[in-house]
Write a protein that binds this ligand. Structure first.
Ligand SMILES: C[S@@+](CC[C@H](N)C(=O)[O-])C[C@H]1O[C@@H](n2cnc3c(N)ncnc32)[C@H](O)[C@@H]1O
Length: 363
């Protein structure tokens, strides 16, 4: 099956990712201290390229950068932390200055024009766009010192094929996600997540220099979500969206088959699943893995802002499957469901776990 290619909403209008990604930005703010620590405790100044002896060039990649501005905030803060580290430890001879090359990567359909247009004019790095899926190779052998990727790895490369196969026990009829589905559906999602994360790690293993660092922020789920009204599984949001689609099929706006053949390629893995995959990988050591403090996260002030956070990331996928004509009505219906179930907007109850992970490429 083909890898999916989709994008966050481009441009800078009211329905753009650029204007509706405060939640992801607050996740970066929450992990900033950990990135600073990761650099000061783990960055090895003797890392060199195999192909060059240039020690004063540091290469950084932001994988799944979208259109900005979050990626600019992240790249500024990573380059500043590296400069401080070099300064503090007097790692550079007086006549040399550090140079940074930043690679901004995302899917080919990402709005790179908006990204390029908004590159900070006084940035202290050379910028380069790298289109393509990070599930495969994107860079030459041993050419990266630092990789960052935030809020990206829960996106699957494809919908698990069994869940759209009517003859399979994992056929996901009447839902668009695995929440409340038979266990075979969840297992199919889990298997796809494992394959995707392994492909990601194996591709990076080729590209990252020995001792190079990888800081990942992975949206995940708790190992157990209490079945009471104090905790809400993060997949419930997709269930509300799915039931909006089913309601539309019932009144004849689209067929039931069309809804049955649509599934979201998103998986919030239980934390222990992420840990097992990372620890199994033989190329990287896990230096740190800890959940970020959700209390410090951006909470949508009202239902419309909350719905927009989801709309800007899912609209392209929905249009690809159902066409653009249904999108406004779908999100109106979804909004109504969120109004009826406002607890879903409460981050103390909606149990997303934002995992910060620091990996080091083994020598
Ligand atoms: C929620 S956005 C996060 C953007 C940015 N990192 C941030 O924190 O604001 C997820 C991004 O991951 C990208 N993405 C998902 N799968 C990808 C893949 N296989 N290769 C490259 N980018 C991918 C999407 O296109 C999207 O721009």
């Amino acid at each position: 099956m083909e890898n999916l290619s989709f994008a966050m909403n481009g441009g800078e209008g009211p329905r753009s990712y650029a204007l509706n990604s405060s939640f992801q930005r607050s996740a970066f703010e929450a992990q900033k201290r950990l990135i600073d620590e990761a650099i000061s405790e783990n960055l090895d100044p003797t890392m060199t390229f195999t192909s060059s002896s240039s020690k004063d060039l540091i290469t950084i990649a932001d994988l799944g950068c979208s259109t900005g501005p979050n990626t600019f905030i992240a790249m500024h803060s990573i380059t500043e932390a590296i400069k401080n580290h070099y300064r503090r430890h007097k790692l550079l001879p007086a006549h040399q200055t550090l140079e940074f090359q930043v690679f901004f990567n995302d899917q080919v359909s990402n709005d790179f024009n908006t990204l390029f247009k908004n590159l900070p004019p006084n940035r202290s790095y050379f910028a380069c766009g790298v289109p393509g899926s990070f599930r495969g190779r994107l860079f030459p052998n041993q050419s990266l010192h630092f990789v960052h990727s935030a809020s990206t790895l829960h996106w699957l490369s494809r919908v698990p094929k069994d869940i759209v196969d009517r003859s399979s026990s994992a056929w996901n009829k009447g839902r668009i996600h695995h929440t409340d589905a038979p266990k075979e559906v969840g297992e199919a999602y889990e298997a796809q997540f494992k394959e995707d994360l392994e492909n990601f790690l194996n591709a990076r293993a080729e590209e990252v220099v020995g001792n190079g660092l990888m800081a990942l922020q992975i949206p995940a789920a708790p190992d157990v979500v209490a079945d009471d009204n104090k905790e809400i599984d993060p997949g419930r949001v997709f269930e509300l969206l799915g039931s909006s689609l089913i309601d539309m099929a019932r009144v004849g706006i689209m067929t039931e088959e069309k809804v049955d053949s649509f599934n979201l390629p998103i998986f919030y893995s239980p934390v222990k699943g992420v840990k097992a995959i990372l620890e199994e990988n033989k190329y990287f050591s896990v230096e740190k893995m800890e959940p970020l403090n959700l209390e410090t996260f951006y909470a949508a002030p009202n239902v419309y802002t909350f719905v927009s956070l989801y709309r800007v990331v899912m609209e392209d996928l929905i249009k690809q499957h159902f066409g653009g004509a249904i999108v406004d009505e779908l999100f109106d219906r979804f909004t109504q469901k969120v109004v009826e179930f406002p607890d879903i907007m409460n981050l103390r109850k909606l149990k997303i776990v934002m995992l910060f992970v620091l990996l080091k490429r083994k020598l």
